[in-house]
Write a protein that binds this ligand. Structure first.
Ligand code: SAH
Ligand code: SF4
Length: 367
């Protein structure tokens, strides 16, 4: 089988070249061709000899997830459905905002956490993405601006691990891909421009602090354990107090005065009362944070509703009055089902659904 070079970091690519009896500087040239120029054809690598190109063609490939479908929203948001082998599909979303281009990247096919408000969770869990499939998403998005790449013109400026899946449950591949995103010789994004969002797996947040100081976002969604147990079932294992303690440890280990972002989905008459807002203010006093309110995005089969703008604004004002920097996330790409929580990777997915559901039940049984 050919070695896929897209998922090898500098060190591993160098090892691969040395194992072929090639000089290490050749690996640095190829690394640049792949990640800075977006080239997937060894023949296009003009500073590489014909002999080495032949050898690479024989032993290696540069393979990103295959684009199955590309859809553009009225608001400029673009969604891709990507095939990652067999019947597994994932989605990624690019959100333009002026000069900023934020890419929302998937980490798993489906998700086993099964939050009650999330379409990805309802789909069940199929498998973890490989490192090459995660960094490959950024590669595809960058190439959509044109090859050879022209970074002075347009580039992905921010990456959020907020697509399908729970990134911490695919720890090595996700953190490996994140460090390539931040590698100056690859995509060169700063640690504040690469964000991992998690439903709150406490031991893995601690483990994360040992390998990265990228930005962390917590999907809290409820101000008390009783409600959070219902919305985010992993809370039964890692309750709010333990979660917030681990976030404080993470922030301290980063050694700067950054604020963590707390995501709070607003679901009509479920977690959006005045009492909930006050409870949230009290709860978060222990943590330097800003709050991002996400109005619930509906999807087929869910009985939850998005609150009225009036209820959303009232909730926001309470938090702001207590001194929290609070924003309401503008819903983007809703017309193409690209908004938060609407990603399911479906083109025509009925055959796999049953199998996924069985896997989900199995995953729940062991968690
Ligand atoms: N699994 C990780 C990252 C992916 S989910 C996590 O849960 O953090 C990314 C974000 O989308 C999370 O904040 C999640 O709570 C939010 N989300 C999920 N379903 C949603 C929905 N239906 N409407 C709005 N936001 C949703
Ligand atoms: Fe998984 Fe995140 Fe969706 Fe929860 S919100 S089911 S953790 S993808």
């Amino acid at each position: 089988m050919k070695q896929n070079l897209i998922g090898l970091n500098q060190e591993n690519l160098e090892k691969f070249f040395l194992s072929m009896g090639e000089k290490s500087f050749r690996s640095r040239q190829v690394y640049q061709w792949i990640h800075q120029k977006g080239v997937s054809d060894f023949r296009a690598m003009t500073n590489i000899s014909k002999e080495l190109q032949d050898k690479l063609n024989e032993k290696a490939e540069i393979k990103a997830p295959k684009v199955i479908l590309e859809k553009d929203s009225k608001d400029g948001t673009r969604k891709w459905i990507l095939s990652v082998g067999e019947d597994d599909l994932v989605e990624m979303v690019l959100i333009p905002e002026g000069k900023r281009f934020t890419l929302c990247v998937s980490s798993q096919v489906g998700c086993a956490i099964d939050c009650s408000f999330c379409a990805t969770g309802k789909q069940g869990f199929s498998r973890n993405l490989e490192l090459s499939e995660i960094i490959g998403q950024l590669w595809v998005a960058e190439n959509s601006f044109g090859v050879p790449r022209d970074h002075a013109n347009r580039k992905v400026t921010n990456v959020v691990m907020m697509g399908m899946g729970e990134p911490l449950l695919n720890f090595d591949a996700v953190t490996g891909a994140m460090s390539m995103m931040m590698d100056q010789k690859a995509y060169g994004l700063s640690k504040r421009k690469v964000t991992l969002s998690t439903s709150g797996l406490v031991p893995l947040i601690d483990k994360l602090s040992q390998v990265t100081d990228a930005a962390l976002t917590i999907s809290l969604h409820a101000p008390n354990d009783q409600l959070r147990n219902e919305l985010v079932p992993i809370n039964k294992k890692y309750p709010i107090k333990k979660l917030l303690e681990s976030v404080i440890r993470y922030v301290n280990s980063c050694g700067d005065s950054r604020k963590t972002t707390i995501e709070y989905i607003l679901i009509d008459k479920v977690n959006d009362s005045l009492e909930n807002a006050h409870e949230l203010c009290d709860l978060l006093k222990v943590l330097p944070c800003k709050i991002n309110l996400i109005p619930f995005n509906p999807f087929p089969g869910s009985s939850y509703k998005r609150p009225s703008s009036m209820r959303i604004q009232t909730f926001k004002k309470i938090l702001q009055k207590e001194g929290y920097i609070t924003t309401v996330r503008t819903t983007r790409g809703e017309d193409i089902m690209a908004a938060c929580g609407q990603l399911v990777g479906q083109v025509n997915d009925k055959t796999k659904r049953k199998e996924r559901t069985q896997k989900r039940i199995a995953a729940q049984a062991i968690s």
